[in-house]
Write a protein that binds this ligand. Structure first.
Ligand SMILES: *Cc1c(COP(=O)(O)O)cnc(C)c1O
Length: 488
């Protein structure tokens, strides 16, 4: 009994004193509350049920198949979490002096080396927190480089009409004018259109390759020549790098600046806005402009270099998203040279799905795909009034996350599907069966597709309102009761 009722004494345990046993400095009386705060009083089992019920309503890569095109939702190996939780990484302080963080800086250095190798470009910054921030950083680098050369008239960035929405947004945010180049029937950039648009005011091109259509641009070397001849630069949006790692390098294709989405290509739990990592690699000529500080190695010592007169400055606080670096590093080191196989299997899986679905959905660009492909539900719409949105919503009843449907804008009723390399053939076959069943249903019972999803905690939402006016109020009574609608 003594052990239970004995009052806990600070420093009782020999050796380490837990943080909660350390003396806490007293707050000055004028800063203390006069009465306890009014917080809901809830037994532990009820609060656990509350959060478990909420978690059960969630859908993630750990719950089921998540073929979201362009965003690469692959499995995140659990060993990454073990590595990032090692005390040497976990307990670092963001303001730690360089001397006390040599291991962390070494990891960042090695990560930079691996990324440079993947892109085929020599200099890397790890600062940007996401692909979109990498885009902004890359455009700022272009601006700084042209200003340095005195070429102030270069103010136009060209993007593809298949581009992800962040591309035009970044171009505008960085103060450039936006021009768009058309896509040919084969899904390549239209070279004639491009030649007509590139001139002395062109700062550069921003392109994903393979594109958001999942197609590798067959004219990429010619594209690079058109820009370089005019002194303009090429920016590679690396969101689709999962298709080419170890097989081809953006630097060899002619790109001058590249961003990586560590959270897409190099495994990182993401979704719902983060956390992410968007390192940027550049050609040697652009290195002086990289965000400050840069990481340098003097012999065996690593340090952050703040003496960077031409730098565009900081784009993110501290050293960047360090936990993301550790996970991606662990992932790449675990794969080693087999990273190449990652991309090969991603491409194989996508082509398998394409081959098994092309007879029931339209295929606007009839070519082998890379890591993703875009189908269209336009025939279902014309014949049965069923849209890509209806197909996507019905997939939820099959326990599958909907594919991307809002872009590329060049495909009407687009269904952009990316299975990734981490799925088994059985999973892929289940998806095929679900997609085929939905196409059948479109012919026999289109009304039911209009009502889908029928088995989820919520039905069709006003998605704009859900974003603009989210209801996040605490309601304990409702938490446990998930109102279920059974599948007909
Ligand atoms: C995801 C994505 C982006 C933006 O990257 P974030 O890391 O989400 O900011 C840009 N382009 C393409 C093609 C993408 O898929």
């Amino acid at each position: 009994m003594e052990l239970i009722f004995e009052k806990s004494r600070p420093g009782r345990r020999a050796g380490r004193v837990p943080a909660y046993d350390l003396p806490v400095p007293e707050l000055p009386p004028e800063l203390r509350r006069g009465s306890p705060p009014r917080l809901p009083e809830v037994p532990e089992n009820e609060i656990v049920r509350h959060f478990t019920a909420l978690a059960d309503r969630n859908f993630g890569i750990d719950t089921g198949f998540y073929p979201l095109g362009s965003c690469t939702m692959k499995h995140n190996p659990r060993v990454n979490e073990r590595v990032v939780a090692l005390p040497g990484f976990r307990d670092l302080h963001p303001l730690q002096e360089d001397e006390g963080a040599q291991g962390a800086l070494e990891l960042m250095w090695e990560l930079q080396q691996i990324l440079a190798e993947v892109a085929g470009l020599p200099a890397v910054t790890l600062q940007p927190a996401a692909g979109s921030q990498g885009e902004l950083t890359g455009l700022m680098l272009m601006r700084a480089a042209f200003a340095d050369r005195g070429e102030h008239e270069r103010n136009v960035i060209i993007t593809a009409d298949t581009a992800h929405g962040t591309n035009p947004a970044s171009v505008t945010m960085a103060g450039f004018e936006l021009a768009k180049v058309a896509t040919t029937d084969r899904g390549n950039l239209d070279l004639e259109d491009l030649r007509a648009k590139v001139d002395d005011r062109t700062a550069g091109l921003m392109l994903t390759n393979p594109s958001t259509l999942g197609l590798f641009d067959e004219g990429i070397e010619e594209v690079a020549e058109i820009f370089h001849e005019r002194g303009a630069l090429l920016y590679y949006d690396g969101a689709n790098l999962n298709a080419v790692v170890g097989r081809s390098r953006p630097g060899d294709m002619g790109f001058d600046i590249v961003h990586y989405n560590l959270h897409k290509t190099f495994s990182q739990p993401h979704g719902g806005g983060g956390p992410g990592g968007g390192p940027v690699a550049v050609r040697a000529e652009l290195e002086p402009f990289l965000p400050s500080p840069t990481l340098v190695r003097d012999g065996d010592v690593y340090r952050l270099d703040h003496e960077r007169p031409k730098s565009i400055g900081r784009v993110r606080g501290f050293a960047g998203p360090f936990g993301v670096f550790v996970r991606s590093y662990a992932f790449m080191r675990a794969y080693g040279p087999a990273l190449k196989e990652m991309s090969e299997v991603a491409v194989l899986n996508a082509n398998y799905l394409l081959a098994r679905l092309r007879d029931v959905y339209d295929l606007p660009f009839d070519r082998h795909c890379m890591h993703e492909f875009v189908l269209s539900a336009r025939t279902l719409k014309r014949e049965h009034g069923v849209t890509a949105l209806d197909v996507a919503k019905r997939l939820m009843d099959h326990g599958i996350h909907p594919p991307t449907i809002y872009f590329p804008l060049v495909v009407a009723e687009a269904l952009m599907i990316e299975p990734t390399e981490t799925e088994t053939k059985e999973r892929l076959d289940e998806f095929v069966e679900a997609m085929r069943a939905i196409a059948d249903e479109a012919a026999t019972n289109p009304e039911r597709l209009k009502d889908a999803p029928l088995t989820r905690p919520v039905r069709r939402l006003d998605e704009v309102k859900a974003t603009k006016q989210p209801v996040v109020r605490y309601s304990f009574q409702r938490a446990g009761a998930v109102d279920r609608v059974e599948a007909p």
